[in-house]
Design a protein around this ligand. Structure first.
Ligand code: FDA
Length: 510
């Protein structure tokens, strides 16, 4: 302990020598704001409870020079770094670690500058994707946007560096497909842009998980066009209303319908039955949508009164919350706290439809739970742009051949009993096991932004070989895993930036 205290002292001394502004943004464990700063960005409350390991310091820099100082001094004093942007990591890796660590929290790096003429923007990592959507809509009078995920509170830093997809994935692909430059601090504390980091590292940070490679401070992105009016619908169907047949049919058409149409069902339990909610975004007006639906999915029986026209930015709010009053208040996108709860999640990719008769087994698992244990399956359709881009263009490899991705999610608001976590985790594991015959295999693929430590981890203490890491790495990245190892070996051969699922270098020094 004495050694640790001395180390921490040395760390602080080192920082003050490197930067004369940093003392104002360091929170030590004795600082009265430490706890609130630490918790402010933990969006999965599982990692906010008192038993979780705490960082020695939280640093909330305003200047790049402060990040550079923190990297240099952490390295010198044997402290690990956890970088945090929006704090949504499913497994809490941006906020906890088993070894002595600091958090560099980018909560003050939130600038967004939009160039409507050039159709580009620079966005800092600590901004949320909701703030980004809001600012682009504001500057472009609702004609431009950026293809990101559906929860407005998600941070740009984790989202972009892990790939990032949402309702525009069929039209435009992933967020990371549209990044054209980035600014980052590397393991030596150098400030790099695309040119100085080189194309290999620039490739790696667009979907390979930023935390293995350094601290990405900001991103230059290419904006995409949206029409002034889009249409949304949100149509529930019970088992008595043929939910099973509809889900089966959806699987057969979802990736083949017009790329302007994104239909994404949810499946959940309501009292003692199951309901499927068909949620959709269409990039156009209702007059164009209805004939398209009549052609491709008449069984749903969509009518004009199920549909609502609005601007794209309004649809983000609507699709996140559903029951939204007129007029939709888009200012909520500027906030940071959406869906802050206890949650667990898992993901699968499907290359074949689940047979119609197999749905009953899913329902049984939901219905055998007690009333307090709840979960949801979310189906995200593929096809269109996301499937046209090659598997190796960026590290995110799940492209052509997939018909949809399936997210298993369980969330709860209170730790009402000691076994709340266990009950939800068990339910998800049961669903995940049940689905084994129906999902992508060899490997059973996964998505780093829906991080899941059950798919494999690095050794907690000591050396992890490339072969050991390939167990989880190939699930996230397929063969791109080996290129990520190659990049890691070039830029961080001593494996300073590491966590439970970071890319290891070849010839590990320690
Ligand atoms: P957080 O700050 O926790 O970072 C996540 C990881 O990235 C950590 O390992 C962290 O160290 C690292 N990191 C963060 N900032 C970095 C930086 N600047 N430089 C280097 N490394 C950095 N995904 C999706 O694709 N589509 C979706 O629709 C959704 N929806 C969604 C809803 C909800 C409620 C949750 C909780 C999550 C999602 N996600 C998602 C997943 C989300 O994209 C994923 O969790 C992101 O990594 C979150 O990024 P944050 O910056 O918020 O997380």
């Amino acid at each position: 302990e004495a050694l640790a205290a001395e180390n921490h002292e040395n760390f602080l001394k080192c920082l003050s020598l490197q930067s004369n502004t940093i003392s104002k943004v360091i929170y030590t464990q004795t600082n009265s704001s430490y706890s609130s700063v630490l918790k402010a960005s933990i969006k999965n409350l599982i990692f906010s409870t008192p038993t979780n390991p705490k960082p020695v310091f939280v640093i909330t820099p305003f200047h790049v020079s402060e990040i550079q100082a923190a990297v240099k001094c952490s390295k010198k004093n044997g402290l690990q770094i956890r970088v945090r942007s929006g704090g949504h990591d499913h497994e809490g890796l941006s906020s906890i670690s088993d070894v002595p660590f600091i958090i560099i929290d980018l909560i003050n790096f939130i600038e967004i500058s939009v160039d409507v003429e050039e159709k580009t923007a620079w966005v800092e990592s600590g901004a949320t994707i909701g703030q980004l959507n809001y600012r682009i809509a504001e500057k472009s009078q609702n004609l431009l946007t950026f293809p990101v995920g559906t929860c407005p509170g998600v941070g740009v830093g984790g989202h972009f560096s892990g790939g990032g997809y949402g309702v525009l994935l069929r039209k435009y692909g992933m967020a990371a497909d549209h990044i054209v430059d980035a600014h980052m601090v590397d393991v030596k504390g150098r400030f790099l842009n695309r040119e100085s980091m080189g194309e290999d590292l620039f490739w790696a940070i667009r979907g390979g998980g930023g935390a293995s490679f350094g601290i990405i401070v900001s991103w230059k992105i290419k904006l995409v066009a949206v029409p002034p009016t889009v249409t949304v619908f949100n149509v529930p169907r019970t088992l008595e209303q043929n939910a099973t047949k509809l889900l089966f049919k959806w699987q057969c058409i979802a990736d083949k319908v017009h790329e302007d149409l994104f239909i994404s069902p949810l499946l959940l339990r309501v009292n003692s039955t199951m309901v499927s909610v068909f949620t959709a975004l269409f990039l156009g007006g209702v007059d164009r949508l209805l004939p398209l639906m009549q052609d491709s999915f008449p069984e749903l029986g969509l009518t004009r009164k199920d549909c609502r026209e609005m601007t794209f930015v309004e649809s983000i709010v609507y699709l996140d919350g559903y029951e939204v009053e007129e007029p939709i208040n888009v200012d909520v996108l500027l906030g940071r706290d959406f869906h802050v709860r206890f949650f667990r999640g898992k993901v699968d990719y499907l290359t074949e439809p689940i047979p119609e008769e197999a749905f009953q087994g899913i329902y049984d698992i939901f219905l055998e739970q007690d009333q307090e244990t709840n979960g949801v399956l979310m189906f995200f359709p593929y096809g269109g742009k996301i499937s046209e881009i090659s598997e190796s263009e960026i590290p995110y490899p799940h492209r052509a051949g997939n018909i949809y991705t399936l997210l298993y999610y369980a969330g709860w608001d209170l730790e009402s009993t000691d076994d709340t976590y266990q009950r939800h985790d068990n339910m998800l594991k049961k669903l995940f096991n049940y689905m084994t015959p129906y999902v992508a295999k060899n490997p059973r693929t996964a998505y780093i932004n829906y991080r899941d430590l059950d798919v494999g981890t690095n050794n907690k203490l000591g050396h992890t070989s490339v072969q050991e890491a390939s167990v989880w790495g190939k699930k996230y990245f397929k063969n791109n895993f080996y290129r990520l190892v190659h990049v890691k070996t070039m830029v961080d051969p001593e494996n300073f930036f590491r966590n439970e699922q970071s890319i290891p270098p070849f010839n590990l020094v320690k």
